[in-house]
Design a protein around this ligand. Sequence first.
Ligand code: KIV
Length: 271
Amino acid sequence: MSVHKEIKKVTTNTLQEMKRTGEKIAMLTAYDYSMARIIDAAGVDVILVGDSASNVMAGHETTLPITLDQMIYHAASVIRGVNRALVVVDLPFGSYQGNSKEALTSAIRVMKESGAHAVKIEGGKEIEESVKRILSAGIPVMGHLGLTPQSIYKFGTYSVRAKEEEEAKRLIQDAHTLEKAGCFAIVLEKIPASLATYVAKEISIPLIGIGAGSGVDGQVLVLHDMLGLNMGFNPRFLRRYLNLFEEIQGAVSTYVDDVKQKDFPNANEQY
Ligand code: KIV
């Protein structure tokens, strides 16, 4: 008799249920097959193929340069490593801002060519039409408010957003707009914890925070930041669980020494 344990896949309904029961949602980014396999096996609920790939995978200063083709490549790699988590893919800068038809075309490409489960787009009122149009094709949409890195040149800095009353009010309105338009969840990035807690109580869909405090329905971090692969980035909200930069550098320099010293390969490591 085979003892095959059925894996219960995470869906948008699962996240809604988690909000209802108060179970926090754990989300991380991934951009490749190997890392996706590890974090899926570790029990992460949502994997975001973030356009932060532009920074941490390609070395760009901003998220703007990454293309739709490159996002699809990363997403397809991640999907091949995932059994349980819900996989959400960022539509990159320039692939949806033109109009809702462009947004739908980009979302369809992501779903068809990568096998992902949902897309994420940045913005509030200005993307309402696009959210509705993408949803009309049966594609779930996650929103993203607060610090929206694709608008970095409008903001001018990566500092905390919505500290002033006017911007906070606009964010609350935008969260309501996205909920009404049909988003299944919203990422809230780098806003005061008190505001994020307020919005999480006001809105019935899950709110997932990054630098938004503990009063939201879940947390997301960029994998390379929390694993310490990217030691130059030190915002207050980041908890580092490893220093992989140092670990990998140490292992590689030992390997280099072993080769130079003719210690590797030894008699048992050859044919
Ligand atoms: O691209 C990304 O990694 C993101 C997270 C920071 C939420 O959007």
